[in-house]
Design a protein around this ligand. Structure first.
Ligand code: ADP
Length: 177
């Protein structure tokens, strides 16, 4: 049983599946949760080994990143927003949400971001090949992984409600006597 009084949730998925949108809505509706944007931490705390020009992204220094978020994760109540999930210690994590999106919607979302062609194609392929879902299954127990589709605002709403219901249950199950 974790000693934290609030759970830590990873919202993961290929870029463009809706991680940040889900985290923002959840954090707004659940003031006890904090949106932990790994992207932001990497930038603000310089947890990187430089800039990758081809992919137009930072090369993350995972050890430094984990050092920077460890205290928050020990306290609990973090919604971790990142397109990878295998780096976080299992003992920190209570729920892993893997967001999924259909190719057509995914393509539209990534195109509007002006991604370099190589990055756009790699992300579309990665989503089709279920790379993040597999990474989650390789890293965490099946019981804590949930795969949710994020094609529409209706699904976004349903997903957020489902996570809120899960949070309520977790708090109930982990109440101190
Ligand atoms: P990620 O953090 O996974 O890269 P974002 O949350 O930034 O994805 O979402 C990418 C784009 O897709 C944004 O323009 C966002 O408004 C839109 N979007 C995200 N989730 C949904 C959804 N469930 N339905 C419709 N549009 C969505």
């Amino acid at each position: 049983m974790p000693s934290r009084t609030l759970p830590n949730i990873i919202i993961t998925g290929t870029p463009g599946t809706g991680k940040t949108t889900h985290c923002e809505v959840l954090a707004e509706r659940c003031p006890e949760l904090r949106h932990l944007s790994v992207n932001q931490v990497v930038k603000d705390k310089e947890c990187h080994e430089g800039w990758d020009d081809e992919y137009q992204s930072w090369v993350v220094d995972e050890d430094k990143l984990l050092d920077n978020i460890e205290e928050h994760c020990k306290t609990g109540g973090c919604i971790i927003d990142w397109h990878a999930c295998d780096l976080f210690p299992k003992s920190w994590i209570d729920l892993v949400v893997v967001l999924r999106v259909d190719s057509a919607a995914h393509y539209d979302r990534l195109s509007s971001r002006n991604y370099p062609e190589v990055k756009l194609q790699e992300n579309i392929d990665s989503e089709i090949m279920e790379v993040l879902l597999q990474e989650a299954r390789d890293s965490y127990e099946e019981e804590i992984i949930v795969e949710l589709t994020s094609n529409s605002t209706e699904e976004l709403e349903e997903n957020v409600e489902r996570i809120q219901a899960w949070l309520k249950q977790w708090k109930e199950d982990n109440k101190s006597e």
